[in-house]
Ligand binder design. Structure first.
Ligand code: HPA
Length: 269
């Protein structure tokens, strides 16, 4: 599985990442801070999904961030682009096979929790993925992980504590909560957000949970941060636009970059 893709990447670089980082909508700028060793576009990798989402560049950036060996996904693949769940998580599995043991996920999300404000950051404590199909459906690849993997701690408490401690040191007020993934691409209805609130979601988006599932399946330590780019439908009084999402992501970018960089600097210590 993924031999062809692995072989292609290894023909381009012998860089072995320790930490994989997925940059969500409007959050790709962090890649500018990396001491870059190689950039590989998804388009150049054989039988690999293409990232079609706006503001997602669609490449792997390999290099050093705060002295750590990282592989950054500048842009991800979404279910709403028409890919199967297994295709969506291919880039994550490939990073695992390249050597990454830790996965840091980021996304833009709508705030459901009434205590959240636009521009807040949220450490993802847990997720609800029940509204999207699992990437683990189908024949299990036993070389990757178990048929029935445990999901009691998808997001590492250890890594989350590091992020929280970093936020405190940087005087950044960071929230935490449960992320719910819907398929998209439409934003939700007020009734859907009401349901999401009742079942315990604090933020909503169109990614992340199935990537975390696949990463946990193949033995990665996972953490994630959502940027609350807007209040979710029905909580917000105005219609949601992708422009609002991008504008907030741009505005929060400096704080977001800082917390991710400093947190990663403390990983694996
Ligand atoms: N809903 C779904 N996905 C999102 C949202 C939202 O409100 N904001 C950013 N991504």
């Amino acid at each position: 599985m993924l031999e062809k893709q692995l072989e292609y990447i290894k023909s381009r670089t012998d860089f072995v990442p320790d930490i994989a980082l997925v940059l969500g909508s409007g959050l790709g700028e962090l890649a500018d801070e990396i001491d870059i060793k190689e950039i590989i576009h998804y388009n150049d990798i054989p039988d690999f999904p293409k990232s079609t989402a706006p503001t997602h560049k669609g490449c792997y950036v390999f290099g050093y961030l705060e002295g750590k060996k990282v592989a950054v996904m500048q842009g991800r693949i979404h279910l709403y682009e028409g890919y199967s769940p297994a295709e969506v998580v291919k880039p994550i599995r490939l990073l695992r096979l390249l050597g990454a043991k830790t996965l840091f996920l980021t996304n833009a999300a709508g705030g459901i929790n009434r205590g959240f404000r636009i521009g807040d950051l949220m450490i993802i404590n847990d997720h609800i993925s029940s509204f999207v199909p699992s990437p683990l459906v189908g024949k299990n690849d036993d070389s990757l992980g178990l048929r029935f993997p445990d999901m009691s701690e998808v997001y590492s408490k250890k890594l989350n504590n590091i992020i929280k401690q970093t936020a405190d040191e940087e005087n950044i007020n960071i929230k935490n909560g449960v992320y719910l993934q819907f398929r998209g691409p439409n934003f939700e209805t007020p009734a859907e957000i009401k349901m999401a609130e009742i079942i315990g979601a604090d933020a909503v988006g169109m990614s992340t949970a199935i990537e975390a599932q696949a990463a946990k399946h193949c033995g990665m330590e996972v953490c994630g941060i959502s940027v609350i780019t807007n209040l979710a439908c029905g909580i917000s009084e105005t219609p949601i636009t992708s422009e609002e999402v991008s504008e907030t992501a741009d505005r929060v970018a400096p704080i977001f970059k800082n917390i991710i960089k400093k947190s990663i600097g403390k990983f694996n210590e």
